[in-house]
Design a protein around this ligand. Structure first.
Ligand SMILES: C[S@@+](CC[C@H](N)C(=O)[O-])C[C@H]1O[C@@H](n2cnc3c(N)ncnc32)[C@H](O)[C@@H]1O
Length: 235
């Protein structure tokens, strides 16, 4: 770890070019990922891993969308060693750090996934939608590429509700914004409510959120209790 470069990364000017930002951060990204989980992200990430364990079946086709260094793809393999993985990221630097993960490695955008409809059983996407200009468009793409019985699981940084939580987390939000192009999404910009069977977990005063969706989006549909396994079967 290079401390000076790490501080520079966290406090540097915001960069318009998210791909260049992640190419630059790639070799040190896992260090910051661990820190983020310790500071705020652990509850949502654990919820995603628990949901992944609930839905993964032998041979499942899994897309890690915005895979970064491949942390969630590795997790999927630990849970289900026969999973068929596809890792996609727009940063070739990040993707290179996931080179040891077996599966297809694709440079591409979550806003325009280079896959046909219903290509996957599960899409996982950790801490990605807050770094794209249109989070809803990314989630719509995730839903497009899962099969009718599939699952989409994602985490993101979410804007705290209360005034004091917002003030108290301002430094963290600034660091994540400047260092990693992550916007803490307000409820109005989170896509979870579009689906009948979504499932939201908030933690740390609203700083993190995990969502699990089935392919059942109907805008304006009432939100039903989370139930990943009922209905039109699992993966
Ligand atoms: C905060 S990192 C999360 C990485 C990984 N999912 C994880 O859990 O550690 C955000 C990742 O999203 C990628 N990303 C950002 N915008 C993207 C886009 N439009 N298409 C594909 N990947 C994107 C970045 O390159 C980066 O690897």
């Amino acid at each position: 770890m290079n401390t000076i470069e790490d501080i520079e990364l966290m406090l540097g000017a915001p960069r318009a070019d998210v791909r260049a930002l992640y190419d630059r951060a790639a070799t040190r990204y896992d260090h910051f990922r661990d820190l983020w989980l310790q500071l705020a992200g652990a509850a949502a990430e654990q919820a995603l891993i628990d949901d992944l364990r609930a839905v993964l079946r032998p041979g499942a086709r899994v897309l890690d969308a915005g895979c970064g260094t491949g942390a969630l793809a590795r997790q999927a393999l630990r849970i289900e060693p026969t999973a068929q993985l596809t890792l996609l990221d727009q940063s070739s630097g990040m993707l290179a750090e996931a080179a040891d993960v077996p599966g297809e490695h694709v440079v591409g955008s979550v806003l325009q996934l280079p896959f046909s409809d219903a290509s996957f059983d599960v899409v996982v996407s950790g801490w990605v939608i807050e770094t794209v200009p249109d989070p809803m468009a990314a989630v719509q793409e995730y839903l497009r590429v899962i099969n009718p019985a599939g699952h989409v699981l994602y985490t993101f940084c979410s804007l705290p509700h209360g005034f004091f939580s917002r003030v108290g987390s301002a430094w963290l939000r600034a660091a994540v914004g400047r260092g990693f192009a992550g916007e803490f999404l307000p409820e109005s910009r989170t896509p979870w409510h579009d689906c009948e069977r979504s499932h939201r977990i908030e933690g740390t005063g609203g700083l993190v959120t995990e969502v699990a969706l089935r392919k059942c989006c109907r805008v304006g549909a009432p939100l039903l209790p989370a139930d990943l396994s009922s209905g039109d079967s699992g993966v």
